[in-house]
Design a protein around this ligand. Sequence first.
Ligand code: SF4
Ligand code: SF4
Length: 358
Amino acid sequence: MPAKKLTVVISQGQGKNPARRNLEEDIAAALIMDPDVDVSLVPHLYDMSRDHTGMLFLRSVPGDLVVLSWLYPRATRWILDRSDVSGQEGISLLKDEDADDEEEFQEAAAKDDDKDRVAAHRNGVPKRKIYCIDLRAASGSKPFLDEIRRIARENTVQTFDLMQWIQGTPKPQQLERYLHPDRMLAASKATPLGDEENGSATSVASPDLPEPTKRRWYPVIDYSRCTNCMECLDFCLFGVYGVDGQEHILVEQQDNCKKGCPACSRVCPENAIIFPGHKTAAIAGADGEVAGLKIDLSRLFGAPNAIELAAEERDAELVADGRTAVGLTVGIPKRQTENAAKPKDALDALMDGLDELM
Ligand code: SF4
Ligand code: SF4
């Protein structure tokens, strides 16, 4: 029985930053010769629609998966989940210097947590592991290659029937891509934007492939934190949120979201709403630490001046749409409006300081 190969997917950065492209290509070029690994390139995860070929490919992967991207791991995990690429959280040993402290911080927070999170009620999450790795976690390709090979060694011997893991009825061109990701990679390296003949994952010209990606802006929900309180649904006046068949909150109309505005992430009492492209690390999906300071994010988000700021940001979008500003009068829970009326405390001072640092 042949050993199962580990699937590694590199999600390309937005734009054409040469340093980023070099790192992506160095990692891909080293892994393409590795007998234990299948490596593929896809466009930036956040920008791919659910039916983009890259997302279709990700959904077709049956076993353990390593995803490298220019995003915080938490953001990557929940962007994938949103497109039904789900699994158990794989723990990467590729850590920043402060990772041990951060782990202790997370463990301490978890011990105190008796809240009912949406993730505990979601059915059908596969047992396979998904390892999300931030390409900003180290410099040079070696640390990433070492970590991928460590994960590959952990992979158990297992095979899959081909037709089990090809979901749906892929077109011949798509099937070829899944069966020979090395050819896809070679084509991609030859012409970064690809074409039909080359069959690159970033191809933009083929009539058989979905639309090219465009820059997007929408909230991503971390269901391991979300308590389904629906405060975001009440707060957003642009029809972005909805509920699924199990009455769980979901991002229903992602393209209704107002570009650059992170207002609802400030309102969420659990810091469960991520805007992966926001310049503030905590809003972009960083865990536990902002600007070198260990802070309780659940206190930071939903803090009084955050609510006021969120209301101001929402008003600006309402006015830009020709609608009337509503301030703190609509969609803000009573406890938060009461808090907003209180004088600033030490936490507000911390937030003001952090805003200046960003
Ligand atoms: S406000 Fe936050 S915790 Fe509440 S439903 Fe929305 S995402 Fe979940
Ligand atoms: S950022 Fe604004 S428009 Fe976008 S989902 Fe949140 S409240 Fe709605």
